[in-house]
Design a protein around this ligand. Structure first.
Ligand code: ADP
Ligand code: MG
Length: 237
């Protein structure tokens, strides 16, 4: 699914949170939205998801105008920092949930959950409860749960933000591996330049509701186009 964003502007009252955003997210790529707190990353993600409506501009998903399409019809999976697992359900039940509400037949659910537990390498832990897993393992389950309904787009908003540095680093590797295996169009929000550099095919640097630069990690790092990008992303002297 290619996502094309054309001139999207979004206000909250008189405050302009997104300022004429033009952006193409190519099919199958893992793209990071990188910028400081308040730069509009989550708002852009929510607009793509259909959780917020635009004031101006259009969003095309897979060639279709999705600007006014409801979130339920966009075929999108989410992982948020605070998108907790259901505590009273086992890992297996958590992953199966999205399939059960879609009335997927039981045998298919069982197969798919098994496959997903394999993908996140938690095969033996399906019958545990979230409280019995580490923070990093729980976020791997959150990833598997987001993938369960086979969405065509995966949106991740600071998914590892609450975890410590070592676990975050581990999860970066996980996300990259999962993405390469599933190959779906994914957008990853982070304020951590190192995380964006390590994980993304392409980085979109945001500042005050506008895009400062779009490029591969190497392009952004080696050739920052604005003083902002240079100070935010460039090498630390
Ligand atoms: P980021 O994710 O980059 O930290 P956000 O997209 O969450 O930034 O927010 C961008 C700006 O828009 C911030 O100044 C924030 O306070 C404002 N904002 C976000 N959501 C709302 C809202 N629902 N109502 C009012 N202001 C909002
Ligand atoms: Mg945010």
């Amino acid at each position: 699914m290619t996502i094309v964003i054309e001139g999207v502007t979004k206000h909250f009252g008189s405050f302009r949170a997104l300022n004429e955003i033009h952006l193409t997210i190519p099919q199958g790529k893992l793209v990071a939205l990188l910028g400081p707190s308040g730069s509009g990353k989550s708002t852009l993600l929510r607009v793509i998801a259909g959780l917020e409506h635009t004031d101006q501009g259009r969003i095309h998903i897979d060639g279709r105008d999705a600007t006014t399409l409801d979130v339920r019809h966009r075929n999108i999976g989410f992982v948020f920092q605070h998108y907790a697992l259901f505590k009273h359900m086992t890992i297996r039940q958590n992953i199966a949930f999205a399939l059960q509400i879609r009335r997927v037949p039981k045998t298919v659910v069982r197969e798919r959950v098994k496959e997903l537990l394999g993908l996140i390498q938690l095969e033996g832990l399906g019958d545990r409860y979230p409280a019995q897993l580490s923070g990093g393992q729980r976020q791997r389950v959150a990833l598997a749960r987001a993938l369960a309904a086979q969405p065509q787009v995966l949106l991740l908003d600071e998914p590892f933000g609450a975890l410590d540095a070592k676990v975050r680093e581990e999860l970066r590797v996980w996300l990259r591996r999962l993405h390469d295996e599933v190959q779906m169009t994914s957008i990853f929000v982070t304020h951590d330049q190192e995380e964006a550099m390590a994980v993304a095919d392409e980085i979109v640097v945001m500042n005050q509701g506008s895009i400062e630069q779009i490029g591969t990690p190497a392009e952004i790092y080696d050739h920052p186009k604005t003083p902002f990008v240079m100070s935010f992303v460039g090498p630390v002297n």
